[in-house]
Design a binder for this molecule. Sequence first.
Ligand code: IPE
Ligand code: IPE
Ligand code: MG
Length: 225
Amino acid sequence: MNYLKHLAIIMDGNGRWAERQNKKRSSGHEEGANNVRTITQYCAKIGVEYLTLYAFSTENWKRPKTEVEFLMKLLTKFLKKELIVLKENNIRFEVIGDISKFSNSLQKAILHLKKETVQCSGMTQILAINYGSRDEITRAVNKAIKTGVTVSEEDISQLLDTSNFPDIDLLIRTGGDQRLSNFLLWQSAYAELFFTSTLWPDFSTGELETILSKYKTTSRRFGAL
Ligand code: IPE
Ligand code: IPE
Ligand code: MG
């Protein structure tokens, strides 16, 4: 039986979820944010140690200005509401991605939530925001160049945003597309991949449970026999 230490989810399909109901894309994002809470609490309850959620990619800035602005507001609102939920569930909050591109108030809200939950000893919830694997690796390489010494695989892992977290065991993408969209390329080298056509706002704890039971019995060989 495989143990699940680190679960990563590409939460895709909010826009299509809304469009299918003749609603604005923004209402899909709102519903998606509500589902983050549901899935996070469930993962904490079943003993997942790290949960990384892809919420905004380095490429998502290419969307219409109105959508980007809406997502930034939603993120700020979400972070403010989250403190009580995280504390109640003993969940520590962390972030990966280049947050220096966000407004000062959003950066403050992120750092505040991290600080307020630093003592929580249950699951760690890691939000990937303004995150792109290539950007992360490029920043890591530039840090390495500054040190002036050659680097090992272990050194590179230590220079990434995920230095304090283990590699991904299981990666789930909702929304029907079978691609990684620049998410955790290094860290998912031996992750088990699951793709579901369910749109993120509809992704339920029941479906997650089904995926987890398949994951548990998969033979993970890591190149060995
Ligand atoms: C994922 O849902 C959330 C973000 C990328 C912010 P989308 O907004 O990509 O929804 P679809 O893929 O257009 O349906
Ligand atoms: C991936 O979804 C990013 C997030 C879920 C945050 P996208 O909707 O941005 O990915 P593509 O453009 O379909 O590859
Ligand atoms: Mg999408």
